[in-house]
Design a protein around this ligand. Structure first.
Ligand code: ADP
Ligand code: ZN
Length: 721
């Protein structure tokens, strides 16, 4: 079993050309029966690290995952690629579970997903069951749940220690997207895999554009932002349930497709809204942080924070839900210092002093991020202990030219306010003082100072920015603690004396431009075709009752709309089009693409495809032995019925019909062999009736239940002869 075999599966079953990040070495380790820990950011492609070995080995791969809600989708996605998988959890009936057990015992299943509590239910019953079968691999998803240092500790994970104790020879792979050193140590120790190989990938998410906007009229700003993203999916986070509800309602009034999600809704409503979002029926979900854990939607194009997240960890996790498919996506935060202060108020009532000190510090860091004038990605990566010394070029600060102006006089006013009030006051007091506030808060003796009110012509927000800039440039310093005050530094006096001119950041410079334009015109894909293909995808998805990405991901549709494949060969080169998906959907998507190209005078652009790096050791091109069509043909010639072939090959009846239809076109199979003679004429008539549309679905709809797609394809093939 070699990595070449794994690469073949990557191409034929999943439709991808090359491995990402540490997928290849992790798969190699698993195949060599070594334990390993895989750390990869969300969307990195952790699942393939155990799915591919599962498909290559005899026996069953047991996947432990805490996210029951996700299991069905994961299993559906695997099945759509022709992999035999199932799950066991509390949502199933007893009969369904019995069937799963039977399939496990018969050796039919390659992957079984279970929740940790299910695995360890009623003593060791399940483990005893496992002993009776051939287990090739244990995969522990969300492995950080085993550590009490993590943010998502689940005590039932502790009992997974039993796996390695009782099955010392079965390799174990632990996977997670968040694990610092302490958590990593816990994973290795508690799962008893002390010799595990560690695969750590960078946490950078290069396709996410980070932007921060000052929170002034955030609703208006949001509307402008969304207006440019009408067809895109996004998540908007708010702090409170009531603001979630009102924002969702307001957006609907504005004509946006938006639903709300928070823990105040009953489960049924939550599930309904989530489902509608996952299925692309609703474009925008407005939510509290209750939304997101385990949301596996790959085409989320933007995540907006209307309010400040509590810490950088949460911010990174929440924004990480954008762009899992690798396409350009946005993270937009509306930032105000008032939010920091508000959240500090909440943090302080915690009661636990040590804990609240940590939370306050984390909030300060979040505040720093908000007012950062340098590369945001560098800040984030450094925060997560990844050295990064280059600017990313894909965040607001990297793409906005910061304009500065001579701010010496403003700086002098600010510094003199600090000096005259004896360096004993905080930012907001100083700003009120400078603006000549009438508030009782301002001490009477301060109202007589000459500096009082000299900055009334400058808004609070702008003063705030100038002060922060002065701190950043070292002309002022801020003390630590709950009530930080501003103090002068060594360089302050040079400014006050006029020896040192000061240049300040222009406060309006970032407006508008900071947000990346929505139309991603750099991607030369046919937007109109993309929309058509999306529609076609929804038809299949709702017909099969799966989320759209199970049919094809957005990346795959974008590739199709870029390279405009015109035949089977070109279609197969599209990333994400594996054998089974090609069989199932290839013809319909090709027809749609051809129709669009014809109408718009376009031709294939497949030759524009960048040639990929060749894998290390190139094996014979093509399939091992016969292609999937000829296998079906041979079986058909051996006298097997179509349903029997479908069963034996573990493929759908329509897939087999589809295979055979091709040989009708070549004359190797006669039409009468699988379309009964009285059906031929009605099908022929229907095909002619809808001849200009080129798609099968209207024909099928017209003919009704008694006619299958395969039969229609067969007649079509015979007509094309
Ligand atoms: P994770 O579990 O790490 O969050 P997934 O395993 O769900 O990520 O993968 C995220 C997406 O990336 C999926 O749509 C998956 O099919 C795709 N993907 C995984 N590996 C590759 C690859 N080598 N090339 C292209 N796409 C990939
Ligand atoms: Zn940057």
């Amino acid at each position: 079993m070699t990595i070449d075999g794994a690469r073949k599966i990557l191409k034929h079953s999943f439709g991808y050309d090359s491995f990402r990040m540490n997928q290849e070495p992790a798969i190699e380790a698993v195949l060599a029966k070594k334990d390993c820990v895989v750390l990869m950011p969300t969307g990195g492609g952790k699942s393939l690290c155990y799915q591919i070995p599962a498909m290559m080995q005899d026996g069953l791969t047991l996947v432990v995952s805490p996210l029951i809600a996700l299991m069905k989708d994961q299993v559906d996605a695997l099945k759509s690629n022709g992999v035999n998988a199932a799950f066991l959890n509390s949502t199933q009936s007893a009969a369904e579970q019995v069937e799963v057990f039977r399939d496990v015992r018969s050796g039919k299943l390659k992957l079984l997903y279970v929740a940790p509590e299910r695995l360890l239910q009623s003593g060791d019953q399940f483990l005893d069951f496992l002993r009776g079968i051939d287990v090739s691999l244990f995969a522990i998803d969300e492995a950080h749940c085993i550590s009490s240092w993590g943010h998502d500790f689940r005590p039932e994970y502790l009992r997974l220690a039993a796996l390695k104790q009782q099955f010392p020879h079965v390799p174990l792979i632990a996977l997670t997207a968040t694990a610092d050193k302490l958590v990593r140590k816990d994973i290795v120790e508690r799962l008893n895999i002390r010799d595990a190989e560690l695969f750590i990938s960078s946490f950078n998410r290069p396709n996410i554009f980070y932007a921060v906007e000052p929170k002034r009229n955030s609703y208006g700003q949001l509307l402008d932002y969304l207006e440019k993203r009408k067809d895109e999916s996004g998540i908007i986070y708010c702090l409170s349930r009531s603001s979630v509800d009102s924002l969702a309602a307001d957006l609907r009034d504005e004509g946006f497709s938006a639903l709300s999600y928070h823990a105040g809704h009953d489960k049924q409503t939550r599930d309904k809204h989530q489902e509608s979002f996952l299925k692309d029926e609703t474009k925008i979900i407005v939510a509290t942080i209750a939304f997101g854990m385990g949301i596996d939607k790959s085409n989320v194009r933007f995540v907006v924070h209307m309010d400040l997240p509590k810490n950088v960890e949460s911010y990174y996790q929440e924004t990480g839900r954008a762009g899992r498919d690798g396409l350009p996506s946005d993270a937009l935060l509306f930032f105000s210092w008032a939010d920091v202060i508000k959240l500090k108020g909440f943090a302080a009532v915690e009661g636990n002093e040590a804990q609240s000190a940590i939370m306050l510090k984390k909030l300060d860091t979040m505040g720093k991020f908000g007012e950062l004038t340098t590369c945001r990605r560098r800040f984030l990566l450094n925060y997560f202990s990844e050295e990064s010394t280059v600017d990313c070029g894909n965040c607001d600060n990297c793409t906005t030219i910061v304009e500065r102006f001579d701010g010496t006089v403003i700086a002098q006013k600010a510094l003199s306010a600090v000096y005259r009030t004896d360096q004993r006051f905080g930012l907001s007091y100083l700003i009120d003082f400078l603006r000549g506030s009438e508030s009782k808060k301002i001490r009477d003796e301060h109202k007589n100072i000459k500096t009082y009110g000299v900055g009334a012509d400058i808004s609070k927000e702008d003063w705030f920015t100038y002060f922060k800039d002065l701190i950043a440039q070292g002309f002022l310093a801020q003390t630590q603690g709950e009530y930080p005050t501003l103090i002068l530094t060594e360089t302050s006096f040079d400014v006050l004396s006029g020896k040192n001119p000061v240049r300040l950041v222009k406060t309006k410079a970032k407006d508008e431009k900071a947000i990346r334009p929505a139309d991603r015109s750099s991607l030369p894909y046919e937007k109109g075709l993309f929309d058509e293909l999306r529609r076609l995808r929804s038809e299949f998805a709702s017909h099969e009752n799966v989320p759209p990405y199970v049919v094809f991901s957005d990346v795959t549709l974008v590739e199709m709309s870029t390279y405009l494949p015109q035949n089977d060969w070109e279609m197969r080169k599209i990333s994400g089009v594996g054998d089974l998906k090609f069989d199932k959907y290839g013809a319909d998507f090709l027809a749609e693409i051809k129709r669009y190209c014809l109408a718009n005078g376009l031709t294939s652009r497949s030759d524009l495809r960048p040639t990929r790096r060749e894998p290390r050791k190139r094996t014979k091109r093509g399939f091992s032995g016969k292609d999937t069509y000829h296998i079906s043909l041979d079986m058909f010639r051996d006298g097997k019925s179509i349903p029997a072939i479908a069963k034996e090959r573990n493929l759908g009846v329509s897939t087999i019909e589809n295979h055979l239809a091709r040989f009708i076109a070549t004359g190797e199979v006669s039409l009468e062999q699988f379309v009964s003679i009285e059906k031929v004429e009605p099908i022929r008539t229907a095909i002619l009736k809808f001849s200009e549309s080129n798609a099968l679905s209207p024909i099928k709809q017209y003919l009704g239940e008694n006619y299958s797609y395969g039969e229609i394809r067969a007649v079509m093939a015979s007509m094309n002869r």
